[in-house]
Design a protein around this ligand. Structure first.
Ligand code: UFG
Length: 340
C-alpha cells in the first residue's frame, strides 16, 4: 500500500481528498496544525471510510515535526493543502501569508528531498490566471500578476515546485489549479465549515438559508456577463478530491521524476452568481434573502476552465451535477446546525 501525507488534511479539500484516497486503497497520513479546522473532520473521514486515520497535529513550517512524520512512516507521496487562504486577510497580513504559505511548502519539499523524494501534488488555484483575456482558460493561458498576497503565494509555490523537481531528480510534481470548490460529501459527515463570516459564496448561502446570516449580498450585477453577475466554474468537492487520486496515479504510472505537470480542475461550465442562487433555492426548496450590492474588490468578472488536458492525460472528469452538489452543501449545513 502506498502512503500519502496530506498536509492540511483536516480542512475542507484535504478531508474530502483523504476519503477518496482511502477508498482508492492508499494509506493516509494527515498533518494539520488545526489553525483553521478541528478534529471533527477526522472523525467524519473515519466514519465514512471505516478506517483509522493516522493524524499528526503538526505545523508544516516546523521542520523537526515534519522530519518526525517522515521518520515514523514510509511516505510515498504528499499532497500539500496546508496554507492560509483568505484573500482579504492576506492583504491585511501579507507577511503572515508569505511566511506560512511559502515556509510550509519549502519545508515539506526539503524534508521529502532529504527522505528520498516522492510524488507531490500542489493545490493551486485559478486565481493565478487573474482576469484572463481569453476564456475558457487552458494551462497555457499566461498567469497574470497576482491581485493579492494570497494569489502571489500560489504563483510562487507553483514556481518553487517547478524549480524543486528540476533540482531534485527523485521528486516529481503535479500542480492542480482548482476552480471554485463547493459542496460536501453526500453522507453529510464532512463539509465546509469556515470560521467566522464566510468569504466564499456557497457557505454564505447555506448559512443564510440556515438563518445564521441575515441576507446574502451579491457583489455586483453590472459585469459584462449575460445576467450581469460574475461567472465562475463551480466544481463539486468530491470530483475535485478524485482529481488528486488521478494525479497520484498519473505520477506512479508515468514515472518521470524531475517533471511537474499542471492541470486545471474545473467542470468547464460557467455559472453566474445569480444562476447559482436561483438553483440553490430550487433544488433545496428554500427561500434565500439576498440583495445586490457593489462589486467586491479584487473579483474577476468571469473565469472558467478548459479541462481537456485533465480529461485526456489524467483520465479525470467532473461527474456530479450542480444540483447534486448544492443539495449536498445544504444537507451538510443542516446537519451542522441540527435543522430538520
Ligand atoms: N460572492 C457574492 N457574495 C458573497 C460571496 C461571493 O456575490 O457573499 C460572489 C463573488 O463576488 C464571486 C463569486 O460569488 O463573483 C464567487 O466568489 P467566492 O468568494 O466563492 O470565490 P472566488 O471566485 O472569489 O474565489 C476563488 C477561490 C479562492 C481564491 C479566489 C481568488 O475559491 O480560493 O478565487 O480570487 F482565493
Amino acid at each position: 500500500m502506498k502512503n500519502i501525507l496530506i498536509t492540511g488534511g483536516a480542512g475542507f479539500i484535504g478531508s474530502h481528498t483523504a476519503v477518496e484516497l482511502t477508498v482508492a486503497g492508499y494509506g493516509v497520513v494527515i498533518a494539520d496544525n488545526l489553525s483553521n479546522s478541528d478534529t471533527t473532520s477526522l472523525e467524519g473521514i473515519e466514519k465514512i471510510t471505516g478506517r483509522k486515520i493516522l493524524f499528526y497535529k503538526a505545523d508544516c513550517c516546523d521542520k523537526k515535526q515534519m522530519q518526525k512524520i517522515f521518520g515514523e512512516n514510509k511516505i510515498d507521496g504528499a499532497i500539500h493543502f496546508a496554507a492560509f487562504k483568505a484573500v482579504g486577510e492576506s492583504v491585511q497580513k501579507p507577511l503572515m501569508y508569505y511566511y506560512n504559505n511559502l515556509t510550509s511548502f519549502t519545508t515539506l519539499l526539503e524534508v521529502m528531498a532529504e527522505s528520498g523524494g516522492g510524488n507531490v501534488v500542489f493545490s493551486s488555484s485559478a486565481t493565478v490566471y487573474g482576469q484572463a483575456d481569453v476564456l475558457p482558460v487552458t494551462e497555457e493561458t499566461p498567469r497574470k500578476t497576482a491581485a493579492s498576497p494570497y494569489g502571489n503565494t500560489k504563483q510562487v509555490c507553483e514556481d518553487i515546485l517547478q524549480d524543486a523537481v528540476r533540482a531534485h531528480s527523485d521528486l516529481q510534481g503535479i500542480i492542480l489549479r482548482y476552480f471554485n470548490p463547493i459542496g460536501a460529501h453526500p453522507s453529510a459527515l464532512i463539509g465546509e465549515s469556515p470560521r467566522g463570516i464566510p468569504n466564499n459564496l456557497v457557505p454564505f448561502i447555506t448559512q443564510t438559508a440556515a438563518g445564521i446570516r441575515r441576507e446574502l449580498q451579491i457583489f455586483g450585477n453590472d459585469y459584462n456577463t449575460p445576467d450581469g453577475t460574475a461567472l465562475r466554474d463551480y466544481i463539486d468537492i468530491m470530483d475535485l478530491a478524485a482529481a488528486h487520486v488521478s494525479a497520484l496515479k498519473r505520477m506512479t504510472d508515468h514515472q518521470s521524476a524531475g517533471t511537474c505537470e499542471v492541470f486545471n480542475v474545473g467542470t468547464g461550465n460557467p455559472l453566474s452568481v445569480m444562476e447559482l442562487v436561483v438553483k440553490f433555492q430550487e433544488v433545496n426548496k428554500v427561500n434565500l434573502k439576498y440583495s445586490i450590492t457593489g462589486r467586491r474588490e479584487g473579483d474577476v468578472e468571469a473565469i472558467w476552465a478548459d479541462t481537456s488536458l485533465a480529461n485526456k492525460v489524467l483520465g479525470w472528469k467532473a461527474r456530479r451535477s450542480i444540483e447534486e452538489t448544492l443539495a449536498n452543501a445544504w444537507a451538510w449545513e443542516k446537519k451542522l446546525r441540527r435543522i430538520i
